[in-house]
Design a protein around this ligand. Sequence first.
Ligand code: AMP
Length: 497
Amino acid sequence: MSNSPHLLDRIDRWAQICPERLAHTSGGRSLSWARLIAQSDALALWLETKLAGTLGPIAVHGHKEPEMIVAFLAAVKCGRPYVPMDSSIPEPRIAKIVEGAAASLVLTPERIGAILAELPAAQTRKPVRRVEGTDPFYILFTSGSTGEPKGVVITLANLSAFVDWLLSEHSFAEQGEVFLNQAPFSFDLSVMDLFGSLATGGTLASVTKEELSNLKALYLRLADSGITSWVSTPSFAQMCLIEKGFRSAMLPAMKRFLFCGETLAPETAAQLLERFPEAEVWNTYGPTEATVATTSVRVDTALLEAYSPLPVGYEMPGTRVVVVDENGVEVPEGERGEIVIAGPNVSPGYLKRPELTEKAFGQRDGQRCYRTGDWGRAKAGLIFFEGRMDGQVKMNGYRIELGDLEANLRILPEIADAVVLPVQKNGKVESLAAFVVLSGPKGGSDFEVSALLKTKLGEHLPAYMLPRKITFLDAFPMTPNGKADRKKLAELLGQKP
Ligand code: AMP
């Protein structure tokens, strides 16, 4: 367990040290450190009184409003984990998450604002109990292969282990960093910038979905933000690199790019090093189940010369990242196997899903471990990622179970059966393609029926999970043992199976 002071004390102290410094800027709004801490203390007391003895999670439903962070801190300050839910998630899925989490309360930025407006600015006491040790700190819901999102429980001990490592890896300047927040708070990549910033007295600079949908607004926001520590998916940086002006002249304070969540292409890293000669580029790797990242490596010109594809890094001290065979036995150096992570950052498991937890988690060398489902190799202490063993894909950094999409297609009354395949280009998933067998007559052109099905599906799933192309078949080609033949379907897409 982390020997550092309680993470909440490390965060709270900035209200005394730099009260006027901005803790968060987002969508033209901002929140100072003094207000962040005062408001989260006030909301924590309100929650304690309101919820009396129940310690169920607090669901926080919004986007990147400053109230979101106030609510996250308030929840843990009164002993309850928070469940961040981004506003891009459609209502039926939100309902599943709230029900699956058995949340005691759902807060929105508007509701938080209204509650705070009624509360005294200064508190005379603290809540009786805050989150400690192995108590759940947050619960993140990720795509589940059966169509039900699954809640990954992350404890204070898990998060503290990650934050300690993050701060030891990078020489962040106390009260000196501005962190880019690109990912929504419902994705664990955001934990890197949110807690990197909160632990160092930094400023979190969020880009909102409105800014993301308008490139001109995005570059203005970036240029205006003073970002020093960039945290994003490689896809987001690749998109920014299309703009020729995206270089150190636009972001002169940039010190480091931290990537996680999907493959970092050597070309992306090389372009960034060329355009930001003063900045470092880092590749980090890990699943939500092991708290954001467990391996990291600085990508400099020497590493670029030595490796293509790039390694995902060296294991975090105190953890073991090993490559094993189907019996869980470590394979010889350089051989391919499944990446298993053991250490203090590994989650206790999925919320109220013992059978799923049992399948993926266990013990290894006295530590909790997680079988990632990732193919990998270890060479000279470095871990290399080599794709997924199952139907999970990453598209623009988003984790999607193909089975989740298939299950949500099958619940539409028009659809009898569905298979979803990734469409790849240059080794990256570019879009998803669905093959469907309808339950009745088509009742329109392919275009019309596709549009209708996408609209209906969009009522259940966030936009990033929707298939781009839907192909109608009378029946699926079958394998000899009677399963839909995914290889044959991939050939129909012109893809290598
Ligand atoms: P998530 O839980 O959304 O963070 O997704 C975790 C999965 O993303 C991992 O199990 C990998 O399949 C993939 N992933 C994470 N980091 C990297 C990386 N640096 N390079 C390639 N794939 C990655």
